[in-house]
Structure formats: C-alpha cells, structure tokens
Design a protein around this ligand. Structure first.
Ligand code: NAD
Length: 248
C-alpha cells in the first residue's frame, strides 16, 4: 500500500528536498505551497518523472479553513496520510526587541506556531483513524534558534521555534498510544532562500567561519534526517529532537 506524506512549504528549500526524497522512497507526496504555484508544479513534475505520485496543494498554513481544505484535497487526491512534515516557516531579520512590531510578531507566530498546530490537528485526526493502529509519524522542523534564542537578530522567530519544541514534546506523549510518533529536527544555518526573504541574503556565508564545522548545511542534509524520523527505522523514537546544525 502506498504511503502518503504531506510536506508544507515544499516548493523550495528544505521542504522541496524532503518532498523529493520521500518520493524517491516510495511515498505519494502532497506538495503544499503558499504562492509559488510554478515552483510547486515543478516539484510535482520532478516526482512524476521519477515514476511517483504527487499533488500540489495551495494553502496558507496559518489559515484554519485553508488548512482543512488542503487536508480534504489530499484525502481525495492521494488518500489518508501516514506522514506529515511541518516545514513551512518564516523569519524576519529584526535586530533588537525595540524593532519588533506587533504585526511582525503575530505574523511569525501565526505561521510558525498556529500553522504547525493546525496541520498537526488535521493529521492526527486522520492518523488516529487508520486501520490496525498503524498511526503515522509527524516531523516538526524547528530550529537551533529554539535553544540559542537568536539575541539581537530574531527573538520572535526563536520563541516560535521554542513553541514548536514544546508542541513536539506534548503531542508526542498525547498521541503515543495511538501509534503516532512526533519528533523534531533542529536545523542550524542551511543554504535556502529563507535568509534572503527574511532580509539578509548571504547570511550563511557571512557567519559560516564562526560555525564549528566552518560551513553551512544543505537542505538535503536536513531532509535525510526527516525521512529517517518518518521511517520504520525510527519506530521506537518519539518526542525526540535531532540537531542538524553542524555542532552549533
Ligand atoms: P524557505 O524560505 O526556502 O522555505 C519556506 C517555505 O515555507 C517557502 O516555500 C514559503 O513559501 C513557505 N511558507 C511560508 N509561510 C507559509 C504559509 N503561511 N503557508 C504555507 N507555506 C508557507 O526556507 P527553509 O530554510 O527551507 O525553511 C524550512 C523550515 O526550516 C522553516 O520552518 C525554517 O524555520 C526552518 N529552518 C531553516 C533554517 C535555515 O537556515 N534555512 C534554519 C533553521 C530552521
């Protein structure tokens, strides 16, 4: 039976690498995107060219109605999911707390926290009903910032990822008996467009010499961990965190 996964924010970056890897491992993949339909269609086309199945699903994860519609479209188009990768997230380089506006804080929290909660809720509803107690697995993409706090840069983003970590711990315990595993990966500095869209292109290169491994990470190096956490090889792992931060 085909395994079905949903990856949020899968049109680029870590989400894209994860969607392609899961497809290569035999999953049919829901490719969520916010705005870039052409890029999402490209991911779907790449998966189809590998002989896999995929569906582009537009939704703002911060919007409850859109999330519910996305899960319904996934049910109808591919079937009931057994894997969710909560990956879509945003960051703004903001400097000190004096520069933070309520609008920015709410934007970050609604995507990085509310969005993760909503997708977890819809996934758990479905995974809990899968036959034979097979449940499923969720991976939340957190950040090294949840431990480091990102002072002077983006404390709102760091706090949002702290909430993702607590969600991971609590939900893992809440749904463990239903055969659903919930884990998180905490990337460090990864070469994606997040830093450019957050206001600092070239950030990874600027700081890479201060990192223990003297380099930034590649999206694939995070995707590999996500795929492992979703797999049966991690069948006794839940409520756990894996840092993919080059020792940071
Ligand atoms: P990215 O900006 O390339 O990708 C993020 C994706 O999420 C984009 O496609 C964007 O359109 C999508 N997205 C944003 N808001 C959305 C919304 N409301 N609804 C649906 N989709 C939305 O960045 P990335 O680095 O690939 O980020 C993926 C995850 O990794 C994020 O959760 C991020 O916080 C985390 N992360 C990244 C780094 C890094 O250095 N790149 C480090 C730590 C954690």
């Amino acid at each position: 039976m085909t395994k079905i996964a949903l990856v949020t924010g899968a049109s680029r970056g870590i989400g894209r690498a994860t969607a392609l890897l899961l497809a290569r491992q035999g999953y049919a993949v829901g490719v969520n995107y916010l705005q870039d339909a052409a890029a999402a269609r490209q991911v779907v086309a790449e998966i189809e060219s590998l002989g896999g199945r995929a569906l582009a699903l537009q939704a703002d994860i911060a919007d409850e109605a859109q999330v519910m519609a996305m899960f319904s479209a996934l049910d109808a188009g591919l079937g009931t999911l057994c894997a969710l990768v909560n990956n879509a997230g945003i960051l703004f380089q903001q400097g000190n707390i004096e520069q933070l506006t309520a609008e920015r804080i709410n934007k970050v929290l609604s995507t990085n926290v509310t969005g993760y909660f909503l997708c977890c809720r819809e996934a758990v509803k479905r995974m809990a009903q899968r036959h034979g107690g097979r449940g499923g697995a969720i991976v939340n993409v957190s950040s090294a910032a949840s431990r480091l706090g990102a002072p002077g840069e983006y404390v709102d983003y760091a706090a949002s990822k702290g909430a993702v970590d607590t969600l991971t711990t609590g939900l893992a315990l809440e749904v463990a008996a239903q055969g659903i595993r919930v884990n998180a990966v905490r990337p460090g500095l990864i070469y994606t467009e997040m830093h450019a869209s957050g206001g600092e292109p070239g950030r990874v290169d600027r700081v890479k010499d201060s990192l223990p491994m003297r380099r930034g990470g590649q999206p694939q190096e995070v995707a590999d961990i996500i795929a492992w956490l979703l797999s049966d090889a991690a069948s006794y792992v839940t409520g756990s965190f894996i840092d993919a931060a080059g020792g940071r």
